[in-house]
Each structure stands twice: as structure tokens, then as C-alpha cells.
Ligand binder design. Structure first.
Ligand code: SAH
Length: 215
């Protein structure tokens, strides 16, 4: 099967069927060539219903989880998004498809550079809307705060107060997994409005730990 057909099949069977309804998110997931983010040769497997390993002992999330997080983030065109954990750059590409302006931070220079090369090649960096930062994002990236949206793609052990502080007060949204490295983790959507916070539980998940995070 050609890759666009595999991507469309992924959208229909894994995302729509499980309740992802945002058409912009579904179109973004159909458009990003997920097989290019895999280091193995099987394209069918790259679009499969599972996470897979990338370099530096990290993982690229299952398509459904990427879609769920992207939908929960309510990305509007030109929204300023902070992504913590660039990894392969797959989620970054989905955010770019959604029209976001993204600052993405990754502690492994190798992964950050690899992601940047691939996103350059795929045309996602052309408009200058993606900034790659190598460093520790456990406490966010205050240099450019506040952000309209924050997405954390590694699990925080504690409530991430420093990240909440970097979210804009008027309708800022953060999506993050919280829980111990090898235990039960929960995906949360946090909305900040007029100084008040509202947090929604999106279900249980399994992410690599956010290194160096201590609340
Ligand atoms: N969103 C990625 C998957 C990321 S896996 C994708 O689509 O491929 C989580 C990533 O978070 C890993 O690459 C890991 O190195 C990174 N990470 C973990 N702790 C970090 C920290 N404190 N600062 C920056 N990046 C971190």
C-alpha cells in the first residue's frame, strides 16, 4: 500500500473509530509521513497501532495518543506552542500542520538535530515557525513565555508548577502526562483562565520520564 493510503487507513481505523473528531487534527495526521520518522524499513509497521523506539532509548507515541493530545491542545493557527521533548519531531510536524508556531526543546542534541534535518527536508521549517532548542525543558523555556499552549511528551512526576506559570492567563492550555517512570500515568488537559485552573483527566498512558523534573 502506498504511504498516503497507510496514513489514511491509520486515521480511519485508529483515530476516527476511537473518537477523534477534530477534522483539522485528522487531516494533519493523514498528511505527516510517519514512516519517515522510523529507523526501520517496514512502512506498514510505522503506521501501526503502537509506539516505536527511536534513538537515545526514547519512543515516538502511538498515533492515537498523538491525535488525542493534539486534539486536546485545541491548536489554533498561529498559536504559540511550547513542546517539551522533541524526540523524532513527529508531534512537532503535526503541530506545524495545525499552523502553530512551535518552540520545541529536547535534551538530546542528537535527536534535536535529526528532527531538524528531517523537518527541513519535509518542508516544515520553511516558514520559520519552528525553533529547535537543545537543553533541559523540565522547567519549561521561560525565555519566550507566556505560551498559548504547552505540550509535554514525557511524564512529569509532580504537578508541573513552573510550566503552569509559563502558560498565558487567558485560555492557555497545557496537555501533559503525570506519574512515575514505570507506574500508572495519567494524561491531563489543564486550562488556565482568569487566574483559575481547570484540569481534565484524559485517561491512562505510558510515557518515558521527563528527566530532571522536580515540581
Ligand atoms: N514527541 C516525540 C516523542 C518524545 S519522547 C515524538 O513525536 O517523537 C520524549 C522526549 O522527551 C525524549 O526525546 C526525551 O529525550 C525528551 N526529554 C525527556 N526529559 C527531557 C527534559 N528534561 N528536557 C527536554 N527533553 C526531555
Amino acid at each position: 500500500m502506498p504511504d498516503p493510503a497507510l496514513a489514511q487507513q491509520m486515521v480511519d481505523t485508529q483515530l476516527r473509530r476511537r473518537g477523534i473528531t477534530n477534522e483539522r487534527v485528522l487531516a494533519a495526521m493523514a498528511a505527516v509521513p510517519r514512516h519517515r520518522f522510523a529507523s526501520f524499513d517496514s512502512n506498514a509497521s510505522a503506521y501501526g497501532d503502537h509506539a516505536f523506539a527511536i534513538d537515545c532509548e526514547q519512543t515516538i507515541s502511538q498515533p492515537y495518543i498523538v491525535a488525542l493530545m493534539s486534539e486536546a491542545l485545541e491548536v489554533t493557527p498561529n498559536a504559540r506552542v511550547l513542546e517539551i521533548g522533541t524526540g523524532s519531531g513527529y508531534q512537532t510536524a503535526v503541530l506545524a500542520e495545525l499552523g502553530a508556531t512551535v518552540t520545541t526543546i529536547e535534551r538530546h542534541g542528537h535527536l534535536s538535530q535529526q528532527a531538524q534535518h528531517l523537518l527541513d527536508e519535509l518542508g516544515y521549517t520553511r516558514q520559520g515557525h519552528i525553533q529547535f532548542v537543545v537543553g533541559n525543558g523540565a522547567n519549561g523555556y521561560p525565555e519566550q513565555a507566556p505560551y498559548d499552549r504547552i505540550i509535554v511528551t514525557a511524564a512529569t512526576e509532580h504537578y508541573p508548577q513552573s510550566l503552569v506559570d509559563q502558560l498565558c492567563d487567558d485560555g492557555g492550555i497545557m496537555v501533559y502526562p503525570k506519574g512515575p517512570a514505570n507506574g500508572a500515568q495519567t494524561l491531563y488537559k489543564l486550562v488556565k483562565r482568569n487566574g483559575g485552573l481547570n484540569q481534565i483527566d484524559l485517561g491512562s498512558v505510558r510515557f518515558v520520564p521527563l528527566v530532571g523534573h522536580n515540581g
